[in-house]
Design a protein around this ligand. Structure first.
Ligand SMILES: [Zn+2]
Length: 81
């Protein structure tokens, strides 16, 4: 049963991978981010640092840039955005 539902989930994810492919990035401090790549019409240079601990998770330069979205942790409510 578990294997079957996993395969279904994987299939659904692969289906949308044409436009957006999201992966989960986990920082050493335990924070998790959903990462998606976007292609911009112009070049962009930037970096992403962990909101919690400040660790540099990625640096990019080019038209394909990652977008990070914080994945809500169980009961972590440290910051009020
Ligand atoms: Zn961190």
């Amino acid at each position: 049963m578990f294997a079957a539902s996993f395969r279904l989930l994987f299939h659904a994810k692969a289906h949308v991978a044409m436009t957006t492919e999201s992966t989960i990035i986990a920082c050493a401090c335990g924070a998790q981010y959903e990462r998606e790549e976007r292609t911009l019409p112009i070049k962009d240079i930037g970096l992403f640092e962990c909101v919690d601990c400040g660790a540099r998770l990625e640096i990019w330069s080019g038209r394909t840039v990652p977008m990070f979205k914080r994945v809500k942790a169980d009961a972590a409510h440290k910051r009020s955005a």
